[in-house]
Ligand binder design. Structure first.
Ligand SMILES: N[C@@H](CCC(=O)N[C@@H](CS)C(=O)NCC(=O)O)C(=O)O
Length: 145
């Protein structure tokens, strides 16, 4: 069966850099599931799987398509119950959701503010234009670092 993880890369395809995609890589390894990773630049994401998602990670698991790192973890837990558990039960699932939301809403914006200029510099030319346009909300100081 073909299992494909679409992840995010800049100009260098050998350095996928999205933390959301890293979480899925770790989950797949934890479950002991083989997969092929296809690192994709920002501006190619809308072309993946007939426009299935505006963001990566996207997992193709045979005929199934799943988007969003947490949704993918829930899917893997349900689909492969005989493999090592990702959550260890409902309590672990709830705690993981809390940590994920805290990270997404509190930690992630601060890290992006710190890293926005470095992320930009890793991208190919077309993605750099897209990234400058979509990340204008970050402060001038962040862009000058
Ligand atoms: N909640 C989503 C967030 C996914 C997300 O924001 N992915 C970013 C890469 S880190 C993305 O694909 N962005 C596309 C864009 O900004 O155009 C998840 O956990 O998978």
């Amino acid at each position: 069966m073909t299992r494909i993880l679409y992840s995010l890369c800049g100009a260098d395809e050998s350095r996928p850099f999205s933390p959301h995609c890293w979480k899925v890589v770790q989950a797949l390894h934890h479950k002991g599931l083989d997969f092929v990773e296809k690192p994709t630049p920002f501006t190619r994401i809308p072309d993946l799987e007939d426009g299935f998602s505006k963001t990566v990670p996207i997992l193709r698991d045979g005929n199934e398509l799943v988007r969003d790192s947490f949704e993918i973890a829930l899917y893997l837990e349900d689909r492969y119950p005989d493999r090592p558990s990702l959550f260890g039960g409902e309590g672990g699932k709830a705690l993981s959701r809390f940590v994920e939301r805290f990270s997404q809403t509190i930690v992630h914006p601060m890290i992006t503010e710190i890293a926005v200029a470095d992320i930009h510099d890793m991208l190919g030319d077309t993605d750099q234009i897209y990234f400058r346009t979509t990340r204008r909300r970050f402060s001038a100081a962040a862009w000058k670092r």
